[in-house]
Design a protein around this ligand. Structure first.
Ligand code: BG6
Length: 472
């Protein structure tokens, strides 16, 4: 894959800030184990954290994380190889001595000119401190900075954070993580749309009536009350994950598969999305949310949102996109449905159009495609009934890598295609700007329901299209 316009130098050392944190424990360390197993991670790993552990203690902690995630599938030799490459620099990120010690550890592990990939799996309030600390130790010119989400709380704070990082790092060495961009089914949207002739022929206002996008999670905020209450659904999954997915779903073809061509195409699409009108939004909160530990009294944070997006470009003018996302819903899934326009005449149903054809791109949990077509019900009359034509990619293509494996592999070798470019991110903040921090309390919905009743008819009186049964 072409990455010519970026600094594509491969890492000589991986530095993981927040190695003892929750994200590292649950997702990052298991992914690094998988990369070690496939020999895609062969460089030293230096963890940085405010911790009482020593290097042996850290190795023990890493082994536990891997074993918890993989169980008996963890191979002792691979784990030993991974642990043998781990070192620790402990201390407070505010202390410049930490970065001096880090520079020494880098030199000892990979030489004085080593190129670093510094992965910041830490609270966003510390991104600037760490970026400055690396620069203070003279490491910034040979560091690719990989920052976790959220990148800002709104457009202004994202721009301020970016300005701070840009003091020491050029855009092409700042990789902003959106782990949905590392998901195979998300990347597959590009392949499905542009490797097949079938989709492109349909994918416009002549054929598609509207889109319905559902990201549902059947679990609640659980022990993440303090994080989630400051964030809410729009910031947590809409501004980042779902707008990135939407860009792949609706953008024009990129000039090539190169990272910046893809991101240029996404940028053009995002620019065409109208800033959300708060009058076209339903905000919800599941019953009992305010009893969650660390949720502020009087909180107005939403755990559900449904909204209408309008894309003011040639391809999509007049084709609304209805999007909903929430926690404590009946199922966990990410589903993108194109609802097709009816044929010119309803020949078989007395002039009344039957249910529309659907193209359903199922991203989670079982990635695949379902086309819902109408076929004749056996019998003496021509009665059309919906029949699904469905494929589950795992069954035909085999297992997929996790998002974090893709993200780390790409960060290590310097491929920016699956990271958010700043101009894309700015458009995303602009789109959701008017619906951040609403002072109105959201509508309460029962746990296990599809959200507030007020959202049920957002796509029209017929409601949302029925969701498919889980794959068995
Ligand atoms: C995270 C959000 O970014 O994405 C979570 O903070 C959400 O609230 C998660 O549950 C969903 O990601 P995945 O990969 O589990 O579908």
């Amino acid at each position: 894959m072409a990455v010519a316009r970026n600094d594509a130098r491969s890492a000589d050392v991986l530095v993981l800030f927040g190695i003892t944190g929750d994200l590292a424990h649950k997702l990052v360390l298991p992914a690094l184990y998988q990369l070690t197993q496939r020999n895609e991670l062969t460089v030293p790993l230096i963890g940085v954290a405010l911790t009482d552990l020593d290097t042996d203690g850290l190795r023990h902690h890493v082994a536990e994380s891997v074993e918890q995630a993989l169980g008996s599938a963890a191979d002792a030799d691979v784990l030993a190889r991974m642990l043998g490459r781990i070192d620790l620099v402990a201390g407070d990120y505010d202390d410049p001595a930490v970065f001096t010690r880090l520079a020494q550890a880098v030199t000892a592990a990979a030489g004085p000119d080593a190129f670093l990939v510094a992965y910041l799996a830490i609270p966003p309030s510390l991104f600037g401190t760490v970026a400055d600390g690396l620069a203070g130790a003279g490491l910034n010119d040979r560091t690719r900075l990989v920052v976790e989400k959220p990148f800002g709380r709104d457009l202004a704070s994202a721009q301020a954070l970016d300005a701070r990082l840009r003091r020491h790092y050029p855009e092409d060495r700042i990789f902003r993580v959106d782990h949905f961009l590392g998901k195979e089914p998300v990347e597959d949207l590009l392949v499905l749309r542009f490797a097949n002739a079938l989709f492109e022929a349909l994918w416009n206002r002549e054929w598609i009536h509207h889109f319905e996008i559902t990201m549902a999670e059947d679990f609640d905020v659980s022990d993440r009350g303090s994080f989630y209450d400051a964030v809410g659904t729009v910031r947590d999954v809409v501004q980042n994950h779902l707008l990135q997915v939407l860009a792949y779903l609706l953008m024009d073809s990129p000039l090539s598969d190169a990272a910046d061509d893809q991101r240029d195409a996404k940028h053009r699409l995002l620019r065409a999305i109208r800033t959300v009108d708060p009058g076209e939004v339903v905000r919800g909160r599941y019953d009992g949310y305010t009893d969650t530990p660390s949720v502020a009294p009087g909180s107005t944070t939403e755990t559900y949102v449904a909204l209408t997006l309008h894309v003011d470009d040639w391809r999509w003018a007049g084709v609304p996109v209805y999007l909903r996302a929430g926690k404590a819903l009946p199922r966990t899934l990410l589903d993108l449905v194109a609802v097709l326009r009816p044929p010119p005449r309803a020949l078989f149903t007395g002039g009344v159009h039957p249910r529309p054809d659907l193209v359903r791109l199922r991203l989670q949990p079982d990635a695949g495609v379902t086309l819902t077509l109408l076929a004749k019900r056996p019998g003496d009359q021509d009665i059309p009934v919906p029949v699904p034509i469905t494929v589950a990619f795992r069954q035909v293509l085999g297992p997929m890598q996790s998002a974090y494996e893709r993200i780390f592999a790409d960060a290590l070798r310097g491929d920016p295609a699956h990271f958010a470019r700043m101009d894309n991110l700015e458009e995303a903040w602009r789109i959701v700007g008017p619906i951040l921090d609403s002072p109105e309390p959201p509508l309460v919905y029962p746990r296990g329901s599809w959200g507030p009743q007020a959202a049920a008819t957002l796509p029209g009186p017929q409601g949302w299209v029925e969701l498919p049964k889980p794959e068995t």
